[in-house]
Design a protein around this ligand. Structure first.
Ligand SMILES: [Zn+2]
Length: 306
């Protein structure tokens, strides 16, 4: 099956600082790895998200603040982990725009599946707070876009090793939007306890301990996907972070490339049963370049299965 690949070289121009783990080379590692594998990909240029799209999740005052914060030279710090360089605003708008456009193409029947190779990531950005390397809440914005396009029930499967607090905050009172997140605890940002369920129990958090065995992670993921199946979504979005890989420097999980292929097959199995196989996945974390390239390839290759 042909997969839509949504990306743009402008996203190499977000430079949060020397030595920052969320570096431009991450995007290069992913796109090089996908290109080298000669997959059946249809390339789409990620557009700049319109402020009206961003406003599906973020208050206007927040959007105005970030638009004004991008510096002409040097770097502006939003929090100690999260900075904007001159290229960051365009990069962040294209990251959100990629997922929004991918959802529109899928909702319009032009594609069944897509992968968005983007940065900065989005799942830590809350409606009113940019944080944790994230500026706009890319996947949450895309979920609202899907609803506006007629896909009423949307589930986000977030397998990034960190909790998707931003998506959770955006979805908290939304009974037709589900967040299903597996993440390490304790770990940044400290949210995502299993008792955090949202209004209407639409939030499902499963935690794994540091140094958990791969089997423990898979077991947590199975439990998560059973909940997604029960939710019966019209579309599945994936917050695809690859930082639960054993090589990743920011967490202590033990996954290998194969585990991401396995998780992707599990997502597809629910997508086929519930929503005609429609899946839009977007890059979140993953900070070891080699593991990131290989894991993203394993993920996208698995997404191609009919
Ligand atoms: Zn992460």
């Amino acid at each position: 099956m042909t997969i839509g690949l949504f990306t743009h070289p402008d996203m190499l121009d977000h430079r949060p600082g020397e030595g920052h783990p969320e570096r431009p080379e991450r995007l290069r590692a992913v796109t090089d790895s996908l290109n080298d594998a000669a997959l059946a990909l249809e390339l789409y240029e990620a557009p700049l998200a319109d402020p009206l799209d961003l406003a599906l999740v973020h208050p206007q005052a927040f959007i105005d603040r970030l638009f004004a914060a991008a510096p002409a030279v040097g770097r502006a710090y939003i929090d100690p982990d999260t900075a904007m360089s001159p290229g960051s605003l365009a990069s962040a708008r294209r990251a959100a725009g990629a997922v929004v456009q991918a959802v529109r193409e899928v909702a319009g029947g032009h594609l069944q599946r897509a992968f968005c190779a983007v940065r900065p990531p989005g799942h830590h950005a809350e409606p009113e707070t940019a944080m944790g390397f994230c500026l706009f809440s890319n996947v949450a914005i895309a979920a609202k876009t899907a609803q506006a396009a007629g896909l009423k029930r949307v589930a986000v499967v977030d397998f990034d090793v960190h909790h998707g607090n931003g998506t959770q905050a955006a979805f908290w009172g939304e009974e037709n939007l589900m967040l299903a997140s597996v993440h390490q605890s304790p770990l940044y940002p400290g949210t995502g306890a299993e008792h955090e369920r949202g209004v209407g129990n639409n939030i499902v958090n499963r935690t794994v301990r540091p140094y958990a065995a791969r089997e423990a992670w898979r077991s947590a993921f199975d439990a998560l996907m059973a909940e997604v199946d029960g939710f019966a979504p019209d579309l599945i979005l994936v917050s695809a972070g690859f930082d639960a890989h054993a090589r990743d420097p920011l967490a202590q999980q033990q996954l290998e490339d194969d585990d991401f292929a396995w998780a992707t097959r599990s997502i597809l199995s629910v997508a086929r049963a519930r929503c005609g196989g429609k899946v839009v996945s977007s890059l979140e974390g993953g900070y070891d370049l080699e593991a990131l390239g290989r894991s993203a390839l394993a993920h996208v290759r698995s997404l191609q299965a009919n």
